[in-house]
Design a protein around this ligand. Structure first.
Ligand code: NAG
Ligand code: NAG
Ligand code: NAG
Ligand code: NAG
Ligand code: NAG
Ligand code: NAG
Length: 496
């Protein structure tokens, strides 16, 4: 039996764990945070969990269902498949888009666009599903769309639903570069009217394309929207502020856009607030660098910071991975065996093997923990470490082009350069490396200046000048070794 003190300690530890706040710089376990092609995410906090509802990013005719994801900590995600399908909505048959979740009086509502209508003679528009659980199944209370026609030029898609502090619900929506707001009655499945008798007010801000999102903070109404084309690299998020839920929403700034080192087409956002805190994240989709398929969209979140005057700072898409989610989503491995089941990235190879992120940094600081699990002795040349400015990788893992900063069982810290067939040592220094010990390796690259440092008992530094490779992917590498990597953090140098 457990002693009373032991039980006391356990319940204290449990409380600390349960109340641990998601005060992250970004998705610390890595973006994309879930696997698969998804877009247009929206979110709610239901019964102690964050829920994310995205579009299934597929050809329009295959967009007949919605999946959802839930998480208690924004790190470990559970997938809920087919929470809403067109089989339960007689009028909807394709292009099910941008689900908007909300809860009221015992019922979970999920609003969505369907059929991608181009004229009022077509059947389709914004529908609503109801369920008694966040994970559905969502069924059709109306038997028809809630908004089934164009008003003020707005295509009936891309809705967000918001309930103000006074209990009045609003639906913000619109595609084809027009945005409307309408009132929802308390039943949440019928539209109300404004004082002047109209039902739809146009609130289109400058540059608006689609993807309305309403957030209220400190009495200020924030309208977010997307600009640019969703299949291309320029898709982006801007916002406006108002003291009224009906606007006007003058465009203040673009706050999220592509980053040539991280991802393109970052757009169609929602906002996560950690309950009872002033911690916010922007939730969005983006394309991997170099991807040409418009549907190749993935879910990501990053921190959203407000200034003292209520305006919003430009979002930085950060590159972190602490593997706490136990998966390697976002990593492409070449050869060897790789797994993150131990909540660290463990790789082993009898010859050599790489795991790479689809990034393209030029000037950066790249830090990660590296632990060699292979002993010295007969494997005195086993190595593990960080590779950067990498191009030309294939399953023939000996032939990568780029730089390799690593530690060896022979007890050295080194920096080498590989041109695809031959490796050249650029620097090497004694570094008191012990097996099964964790070292923080740090690479600072600025143009042709490359520095490598390690926090061993006798700190070692290598500094070289080399201009063979200016930019490329980042990753980790094992050579005749088993090694573990953790707490990956890559940040662009900001001074240039
Ligand atoms: C809440 O739902 C109950 C049962 O469906 C209904 O009787 C009640 O009128 C609703 N309350 C409000 C405020 O809409
Ligand atoms: C590497 O091998 C995997 C399976 O072994 C294969 O799916 C993938 O296409 C290969 N990649 C390259 C770049 O050859
Ligand atoms: C790599 O470098 C070696 C030695 O300098 C050279 O012989 C070889 O041609 C180079 N290979 C490529 C692909 O550039
Ligand atoms: C990077 O190098 C440039 C000169 O090439 C220098 O002006 C700049 O300060 C350096 N940045 C950092 C962060 O060291
Ligand atoms: C990287 O830094 C070098 C030297 O400071 C500079 O010349 C180059 O333009 C930078 N590259 C990028 C992509 O910022
Ligand atoms: C990531 O690296 C940057 C730049 O070195 C640093 O400012 C930041 O605190 C680091 N974040 C974490 C979580 O280690």
């Amino acid at each position: 039996m457990l002693s009373r003190q032991m039980l006391g300690l356990l319940s204290t530890l449990w409380l600390i764990a349960a109340t641990k706040t998601a005060d992250f710089e970004t998705s610390e376990a890595g973006n994309p945070f879930v696997d698969g092609w998804y877009a247009d995410p929206d979110t709610q906090f239901y019964n102690g969990a964050y829920w994310v509802y995205p579009t299934s990013s597929l050809p329009y005719d295959d967009q007949t269902y919605l999946d959802a994801f839930s998480s208690k900590d924004l790190v470990h995600w559970t997938k809920h498949s087919s929470i809403l399908t067109t089989a339960d909505f007689t009028w909807a048959h394709r292009a099910v888009w941008a689900p908007a979740p909300i809860y009221r009086n015992g019922t979970y509502y999920l609003y969505f666009g369907a059929n991608d209508i181009q004229t009022d003679s077509e059947l389709g528009g914004i529908g609503v599903g109801v369920a008694d659980k966040p994970e559905g199944p969502y069924t059709d209370p109306l038997g028809k769309p809630l908004i089934g026609a164009y008003h003020n030029g707005a295509q009936p898609i891309d809705q967000d639903v918001f309930i103000d502090d006074d209990g009045q619900a609003y639906i913000y929506y619109g595609g084809h570069s027009h945005a409307n707001v309408a009132k929802l009655n308390d039943d949440m499945i019928s539209l109300g009217t404004f004082d002047d008798g109209t039902m739809f007010k146009e609130i289109t801000p400058e540059n608006y394309v689609e993807g309305s999102q309403m957030v209220k903070r400190n009495g200020i109404y924030y309208l977010f929207w997307s600009e640019g084309g969703w299949t291309g690299p320029d898709y982006a998020v801007s916002y406006g502020m108002s003291s009224s839920p009906l606007g006007p929403f003058d465009r203040i700034a673009k706050i999220l856009q592509q980053d040539e080192a991280v991802a393109t087409g970052s757009g169609h956002n929602a906002v996560i607030q950690v309950p009872d805190t002033d911690i916010f994240f922007i939730l969005y989709h983006r394309h991997p660098l170099g991807s040409t398929d418009g549907n190749d969209r993935h879910l990501a979140y990053d921190r959203l910071y407000f200034n003292d005057d209520g305006t919003i700072q430009t979002v930085k898409m950060l590159v972190h991975d602490n593997f706490e989610d136990g998966n390697t989503i976002g990593w492409q491995t070449y050869g060897g065996d790789w797994s993150a089941e131990t909540n660290a990235l463990r790789g082993s190879a009898s010859s050599s093997s790489n795991a790479l992120l689809n990034t393209n940094f030029a000037n950066f600081t790249y830090e990660a923990d590296v632990k060699l699990l292979t002993r010295g002795g007969s494997h005195r040349d086993s190595t593990a470490g960080l590779i950067f400015r990498v191009s030309g990788t294939s399953n023939d893992t000996t032939s990568f082009q780029g730089y390799y900063a690593g530690i060896s069982t022979a007890g050295t810290l080194f920096l080498s350069r590989s041109n695809g067939s031959q490796s050249t040592t650029l620097g090497s220094t004694k570094a008191d490396i012990k097996p099964a010990q964790r070292y923080r390796l740090k690479v600072m690259a600025n143009g042709s200046s490359i520095r490598v440092a390690i926090n061993s008992k006798t700190p070692a530094v290598i500094a070289v000048t080399d201009d063979a490779y200016a930019n490329g992917m980042d990753g980790v590498r094992v050579f005749k070794a088993q090694a573990e990597f953790d707490n990956v953090n890559i940040t662009r140098l900001t001074s240039n």
